[in-house]
Design a binder for this molecule. Structure first.
Ligand SMILES: NC(=O)c1ccc[n+]([C@@H]2O[C@H](COP(=O)([O-])OP(=O)(O)OC[C@H]3O[C@@H](n4cnc5c(N)ncnc54)[C@H](OP(=O)(O)O)[C@@H]3O)[C@@H](O)[C@H]2O)c1
Length: 298
């Protein structure tokens, strides 16, 4: 594989996704910066990215991709393969935060969150994998969160979506290694992006009348998260380093956070427990990708 890679990123209109697109393209990687509705609600974001690509001669192509829509995902992947001939890396980045006491979250809100944060990557991975299997190489990257390893009151559904994503990504890592395809998880702490402004609030507030002081938790947590947010470029730089790590040498999990809260300890313990569980089930030899890996902070 050439050291210059073809990368498809979801949720590139703002925040991490947009920074990933620019950071990777500046290093010569071909980027498909995908987003919802680039001709409508994201027209300004799409034209800013196209203008930057033109001005600095960057290999960035904007494509429409809504992760909640199978046909949209397939169209974007087909268009990227038609143009570049391959997809080396799929970065599952699109996602949002849902804030509120869990009882106030409606079933519909919970389903919509899972449809983006969890089923979005399910759709993207299923669309890119036939190409990666044909190439016998590729990287599925999953932008999880520290909240994919620790549980925050008033963020329970978001945590559930990221815990689910972590489980899927880890299972993929065991199953795909023998075909030369890596599945990696990036766990950012809190970073300054539009994520806080894009947070959806639990809709059924009447449900929490009896919660007393616990009702203060969402505001308290949101203030703590946004006031301690780091520079999002650090995450983009980490993603670049991961992508440029040679095949077979990547870790399964990367914690990228100025405040670790001991999540690296959870990851290290999880690796030990996973190893012994897989050995106990007689599956260790089939999952050799995992056996050679350690968890890492970058
Ligand atoms: N910032 C943090 O502190 C932090 C920490 C840990 C993890 N993360 C994760 O990082 C990822 C990126 O978030 P961010 O912080 O960069 O916030 P952001 O600026 O709000 O970016 C979220 C992106 O997801 C896109 N998106 C939402 N629903 C979509 C859909 N159905 N189809 C396609 N794209 C969709 C948004 O696009 P639209 O413009 O169309 O809405 C936007 O481009 C998320 O998965 C988030 O959970 C963030």
């Amino acid at each position: 594989m050439s050291s210059k890679q073809v990368v498809l990123i979801t949720g590139s209109s703002t925040g991490f996704g947009r920074l990933f697109a620019e950071t990777l393209a500046r290093k010569g990687h071909t980027v498909f910066a995908t987003m919802r509705d680039p001709g409508g609600r994201n027209a300004k974001n799409a034209s800013e990215i196209r203008a930057l690509a033109e001005k600095d001669s960057l290999p960035i192509h904007v494509l429409e991709l809504d992760v909640t829509n199978d046909a949209s995902v397939q169209r974007a992947v087909d268009a990227a393969v038609a143009k570049a001939g391959r997809i080396d890396v799929a970065i599952n980045n699109a996602g949002y935060y849902l804030s509120g006491l869990e009882e106030a979250v409606t079933t519909e809100q919970a389903q919509r969150l899972m449809d983006t944060n969890f089923f979005g990557p399910v759709r993207v991975n299923r669309a890119v994998l036939p190409h990666m299997r044909r190439q016998r190489s590729g990287v599925l990257m999953h932008i999880s969160s520290g909240a994919g390893r620790v549980v925050l009151p008033s963020g329970g559904f978001y945590c559930a979506s990221k815990f689910a994503l972590e489980a899927l990504a880890e299972a993929y890592s065991y199953e795909l290694a023998s075909q030369g395809i890596e599945s990696v998880i990036v766990e950012p702490g809190q970073y300054e992006t539009p994520v806080f402004g894009n947070t959806v609030k639990a809709a059924d507030e009447a449900r929490t009348d009896t919660y007393g002081a616990v009702n203060e938790i969402p505001a308290k947590l949101n203030a703590a998260l946004s006031s301690s947010a780091g520079n999002a470029q650090d995450v983009a730089d980490a993603v670049l380093r991961i992508i440029e790590t040679p095949a077979g040498e990547k870790q399964l999990r990367y914690l990228v956070s100025p405040q670790g809260y001991g999540i690296d300890e959870i990851n290290a313990l999880s690796k030990r427990v996973q190893t012994s569980a897989l050995e106990a089930f007689g599956l260790a030899a089939d999952t050799k990708f995992f056996k050679g890996k350690a968890v890492a902070s970058v």
